[in-house]
Design a protein around this ligand. Structure first.
Ligand code: PBG
Length: 327
């Protein structure tokens, strides 16, 4: 006998055989598409560092959301780019703020056919670019920031958000938001917690997309997590669940697959991963140079994220993947 009894290559012989034994599949149901909506423009704006992604007008966001729905993508997450920014990011909780306007329009168009997730943070709305209230010494005031988040959560829920997703990494944000939503009679609105969110260098293109520059060359290391730590993520996730989070997120994705995998074995709630702007942009840029096959690498990235334990993937490639699936 020249061969062992079980030859692993037997099950790799044809595409149908491989498909039959594949352990992991990524399809439209797994995807959440980020949408940027910019106030005060009348044509969508391309974002140079995110090829294929635009800053939408409310109208173009409505068309995009309808098309994503038809392609079977279950959810979008909305980010606003306001026309005016101030110290407390007041447009984040204004009923006429751009995200609230977009939420009302999308809800009117699509009802319950598309899940509307509102990213809940203030950095897109503050003139200093931090995710909260900045003290005189330049640090971010945790508890004063929680007040801003509760007001934004209520404004988003009133405007039609189906889920709010706090991304600011303040301590106690989930508890504060849960309390505020319940007080305002939105006990049915779930919280998707950006629970393990790292101070990553991979958010650059996103900051172009939302016109954010952190004042004085600052960074978010005082509130987002240190990429060196994984046990700390488990603490973050335990804390968010105990405060009432319904779903957890790990962000970014590929450099943090160990975090995702540990979270998967430890928690049974739905787990999301954010394949962030820098991860998407690297694939696109190398693809443009002809150095890699960008479509194939994108699929491989998302498959790896799912295999590591994510139920849901936030990705700028959502539309592309759903279109491939429809073919
Ligand atoms: C904060 C927020 C950021 C991202 C999502 N929500 C930026 C940041 O923390 O600086 C980044 C997403 C991406 O890079 O795709 N509101």
């Amino acid at each position: 006998m020249a061969f062992p009894e079980r030859r692993l290559r037997r099950l790799r012989r044809t595409p149908a055989l491989r498909r039959m034994v594949a352990e992991t599949h990524v399809g439209p149901d797994d995807l959440i598409a980020p949408l940027f909506i910019r106030e005060g423009i009348d044509q969508p704006n391309a974002i140079e560092s995110l090829p294929g992604v635009v800053q939408h007008t409310v109208d173009s966001a409505r068309r995009e959301a309808a098309e994503l729905t038809a392609l079977g993508v279950p959810a979008v997450i909305l980010f606003g780019v306001p026309a005016t920014k101030d110290a407390t990011g007041s447009q984040s909780c204004d009923p006429d703020g751009i995200v609230q306007v977009a939420l009302r329009a999308l809800k009117a168009d699509l009802g319950d056919d598309l899940v509307l997730i509102a990213d809940l943070c203030v950095d897109e709305y503050t003139d200093h670019g931090h995710c909260g209230v900045v003290r005189d010494d330049g640090t971010v005031d945790n508890d004063a920031t929680l007040e801003l988040y509760t007001m934004a959560a209520v404004a988003q829920a009133r405007a039609g958000a189906d889920i709010v997703a706090p991304s600011g990494m303040m301590d106690g944000q989930v508890a504060a938001i849960r309390y505020a939503l319940d007080q305002d009679d939105h006990p049915e609105i779930p919280i998707l917690a950006y629970a393990a969110k790292y101070a990553s260098a991979l958010y650059g293109p996103f900051r172009d997309a939302v016109d954010v520059t952190i004042a004085g060359g600052g960074d978010r290391k005082g509130y987002q997590q240190d990429p060196a730590n994984v046990r700390e993520s488990m603490e973050e996730m335990e804390a968010d669940l105990s405060e009432g989070a319904d779903m957890l997120m790990v962000k970014p994705a590929l450099a943090y697959l160990d975090v995702l995998s540990r979270a998967r074995s430890r928690f049974d709630v739905p787990l999301a991963a954010y394949h962030v702007s820098g991860e998407y942009a690297m694939v696109k840029a190398a693809g443009e140079r002809g150095w890699i096959d960008a479509d194939a690498v994108m699929r491989e990235h998302l498959l790896g994220i799912k295999r590591a334990g994510a139920d849901l993937i936030l990705t700028y490639a959502a539309r592309q993947i759903a279109e491939e699936h429809a073919r």
